[in-house]
Ligand binder design. Sequence first.
Ligand code: F6P
Length: 327
Amino acid sequence: MIRFEQTFMNFLLYHQERHNRTYHFLILMDALISAAKHIEHYYLTGALKGNLGLAGDVNIQGEDVLRMDQIAQEITVHYLRASGRVIYAISEESDKIIPINMEGGRYFVYFDPLDGSSNVPHGLPVGFLFGIAKRNLEGLEDGHLRAGKDYIAAGMFVIPTGTFTLALKDAGTWRFHTDETMDFVKPIRMVLPGDTNEWELSFNPAHRHTYSERVQNWIEKNERKYVFRYLGALAGDFHRILSNGGMFMYPAIVNHPDPKKNRPQGKLRLMYEAAVVAFMCQEAGGMAVDEAGAPILDIQPKEHHQRTALYVGSKPLVDDIARVLSD
Ligand code: F6P
């Protein structure tokens, strides 16, 4: 007998009906899923079609642009436009805010369509991360620079693994898998496990001596208690933490032997990296803080591409490092 699993769209429809919500969010999610599937297709065939290399441009941050970055950006903006539901989008791939449907749009979308670029030449996992906030429908327009606590949803596709995780405000974090028809199916509620035997630590060990002394000491004291894993793509690393518990961290770099390479403000982007995983983590029972030990979801962004340090995962671990950071 064929076994049919609940599809993502069934799940979402049920959720919208139960909470008396509009259908607009469904249309937006359909656009994001279509974009992710399309990007996944290009990524899987990228090595054969010559799409895993450089595009030949350098972005505003002085980084080489990858061909796949451009493809993923074009695809995502296309689907967001077609949805008609987005006011503005903010993308890692675009220096400026992207106006989409300023009159009729309902949502702000913050996204990185291909995160984890060092994995791209190898065809290894990358992430498509997004956060969604809603226009203030009554009263004055309330701007697009929203703190994570104001997101209504956040999610990530781990490309090309066919997994998709979505957190809905006050309704939990859910993981889906693609079946052979390329539908996302089988919602699994993600709750960070309490069993510390499974917990993992994840950070770039090549950088550990560039962290502040207090962070280095914390690592020294705690690292032997947990398994260590690092993929180098936030979506993949955070995917494991959500399943197994533990903590992912990308601390501020303050002790680099070449001071020009210090990043006291952190590396990861607040709006479409750190706040996205922090939101998913909170809905799964965890938390996330910055280098001052303050909640990531409370940070009010001052600009689109603001960076932050990030410590995200199981509450007891994040609480512990937050105490050290805020001391
Ligand atoms: O910000 C992009 C990103 O590729 C993340 O996905 C990842 O967690 C991090 O940077 C990896 O950085 P590094 O190569 O310094 O470990």
